[in-house]
Design a protein. Structure first.
Length: 200
């Protein structure tokens, strides 16, 4: 379920403290009902997701095309990434966040952890087109449980970055994000709800 940008900006997430120059691109909610302390389960599910093994043929194809274009255009060269083209956001993070534990490793998506708290976490990625932040939060769902909400924040790299965001916009909204959220919901039902035999 796509959410309005205000659903993210109105919450007191720590990420707001040092990303004022980033644009909130998208906010999505996943029907992943759980208890107040189930956020680590959501993060583990998130980091275990591999787009190359998605159940969606469209998602697998789009990511394959994206990686191929990235190789062809050298979008992910080390000189275009964190610490080279752009400094890591860790350089401007509040001191108390620097000491928080990072999340589990993720081999499929090349992001770098910023922080992980009891109800939110964030990771960053940079290439020739954008400097991006992936944020996950654990919020009350209004029905006595909690659910996951995901936000994408970006700072485009000039004309190339803005053009890239325009080109991928319909693919994000029509196929990639809806398929990712649905897959997360299915995995949550199978691995969390199904494992306990009860709704969390």
């Amino acid at each position: 379920m796509k959410l309005p940008i205000s659903s993210f900006t109105s919450r007191p997430w720590r990420i707001h403290e040092f990303t004022g120059d980033f644009k909130v691109l998208d906010v999505w909610a996943a029907q992943t009902p759980g208890g107040s302390d189930d956020f680590p389960r959501l993060v583990e599910l998130w980091t275990s997701w591999d787009p190359t093994h998605s159940s969606s043929v469209v998602v697998r194809t789009l990511f394959a095309v994206r990686w191929a274009l990235g190789d062809l255009l050298s979008l992910e060269k080390p000189s275009s990434g964190l610490g080279s083209r752009v400094p890591s956001l860790r350089d401007r993070m509040p001191a108390d966040l620097l000491d928080t534990a990072s999340g589990p490793a993720c081999d499929a998506l090349p992001f770098t952890w910023l922080y992980m708290l009891d109800n939110e976490c964030a990771a960053e990625i940079a290439n020739k087109t954008v400097h991006g932040v992936l944020h996950a939060g654990w919020v009350p769902d209004g029905n006595g449980a909690h659910r996951g909400e995901f936000a994408i924040l970006v700072k485009p790299n000039g004309v190339l970055g803005n053009a890239y965001l325009v080109v991928i916009n319909p693919f994000r909204h029509l196929w990639i994000y809806p398929a990712m959220v649905k897959e997360a919901e299915r995995h949550w039902q199978a691995c969390v709800v199904g494992a306990t035999g009860d709704d969390p």
